[in-house]
Design a protein around this ligand. Structure first.
Ligand code: DGL
Length: 269
């Protein structure tokens, strides 16, 4: 039965687990299957075509795992080719950019929005296009913060240098006087505390995880695909492309459950 299948999620590493956490909160009866491409992360500095190929390769793998929906839980991969994945997959495929933008627009009163993300996401201008498409009057200040992904993946969020890096990166945004900041990389919610500290309490941080989970819920509901059977956490599956230790350590803390991750060696493309 279609509704009993899993929701597939992919990211370059642990970042997409911020979306998984929200799925568990909003859709506790659903099973997930997750792929973190830890051998090839970070995606941010890579060319768009390469990220698109990597993402499609992973989606193809995930489609062998009894799934009913794919969530591209990575902004860089969403920016690199969401319409392409949607055109090549028979299940609903959603990304993380539009849900975050909708949330940001609902919170801004000054209509001055900041966006931070990987170099790939920021250079793609995917956020600008999406924001302008929904509200052309909004002023956007966007900025790449490439080191944040490496800080998260290397478990350095608490290190004293991290605050300095954040202060350095975020200075232009502080000076721009935004009232909403979109965390345009799924790794960044893991650094929300330090980002909030640097930006100050008057700036609202938006993680697209919450909105993405809501959109997934809406689509599954509309298509009659919500799991009616009740959850069994033993059925969640996690795959990574490098050795799983680091992913498991960070992942268990983040989603607050035992994580068993299996390594899948992806063929070079
Ligand atoms: N978490 C990803 C994103 O949302 C990818 C970060 C990276 O690998 O550079 O963009």
């Amino acid at each position: 039965m279609e509704a009993l299948k899993s929701i597939a999620l992919l990211d370059s590493g642990v970042g997409g687990l911020t979306v998984v956490k929200e799925i568990f909160k909003q859709l506790p009866d659903e099973r997930i299957v997750y792929f973190g491409d830890t051998a090839r992360m970070p995606y941010g500095p890579r060319p768009q075509e390469e990220v698109q190929k990597f993402s499609m390769q992973i989606i193809d793998f995930l489609q062998t795992q009894y799934v009913k929906m794919v969530i591209v839980a990575c902004n860089s991969a969403s920016a690199a080719g969401l319409p392409y994945y949607q055109g090549n997959v028979k299940y609903p495929v959603i990304g993380v950019i539009e849900p975050g933008v909708r949330a940001a627009l609902s919170y801004t009163s000054t209509k001055k929005i900041g966006v931070i993300g990987t170099a790939g996401t920021i250079n793609s201008r995917a956020y600008e296009e999406c924001i302008r498409g929904l509200d052309p009057a909004v002023e956007i200040v966007s900025l790449a913060c490439p080191l944040f992904v490496l800080i998260v993946e290397n478990n350095l969020i608490g290190a004293k240098e991290t605050k300095k890096v954040a202060e350095e990166y975020l200075r232009p945004l502080k000076e721009a006087g935004i009232d909403v900041l979109i965390l345009g990389c799924t790794h960044y919610p893991l650094m929300a505390e330090v980002i909030q500290e640097v930006m100050g309490p008057e700036v609202r941080l938006i993680s697209s995880a919450e909105e993405t989970a809501r959109e997934a819920q809406e689509i599954l509901n509309e298509k009659n695909l919500l799991n009616p059977s009740g959850n069994n956490s033993c059925h969640h599956r996690f795959f990574v492309s490098a050795s799983p230790e680091n992913f498991v350590e960070i992942g268990e803390k983040l989603i607050n459950m035992k994580v068993k991750a299996y390594q899948v060696i992806l063929p070079a493309i």
